[in-house]
Design a protein around this ligand. Structure first.
Ligand SMILES: [Cu+2]
Length: 130
């Protein structure tokens, strides 16, 4: 009896595996272009530059940063209260994010972007995009 149970279990295991591998009859994506071009290293479409600004002690740190256009800036809230990163002229707004949260924005146009925290307007910072 015990041997039968083991046999059934093995049969189930084998069947389960076989079925798993045999079942997908889905059309395979044609492995054309990526493999064919594998020798060519395409240049990164856009340099996904990143920068980070911490928020602690009710201050942006660093308060002013200079970045290349196309850079995504991420602000990380290290305080115990919510903050936001809100453009002074309405160009962008991360919305309010909680302690431990973060907000980000990608700057695609050169310029000087002054911002503040909508919860604490005395908190100010600047992003200079070259
Ligand atoms: Cu704040």
């Amino acid at each position: 009896m015990k041997g039968l149970v083991v046999s059934v279990l093995i049969a189930l295991l084998v069947f389960g595996c076989t079925q798993q591998y045999a079942a997908p009859n889905a059309p395979q994506a044609p492995a054309t272009t990526p493999a064919a071009n594998s020798g060519l290293q395409a240049p990164p479409a856009a340099q996904a530059s990143k920068a980070t600004v911490g928020i602690s002690g009710f201050a942006f740190n660093p308060a002013s940063i200079e970045i290349a256009k196309g850079t995504t800036v991420t602000w990380t809230n290290k305080d115990s209260v919510p903050h936001s990163v809100t453009s002074d002229n309405g160009a962008f707004d991360t919305g309010i994010f909680q302690s431990g949260g973060e907000g980000s924005y990608t700057f695609n146009a050169p310029g000087t972007y002054a911002y503040h925290c909508s919860v604490h307007p005395s908190m100010k910072g600047t992003v200079v995009v070259k």
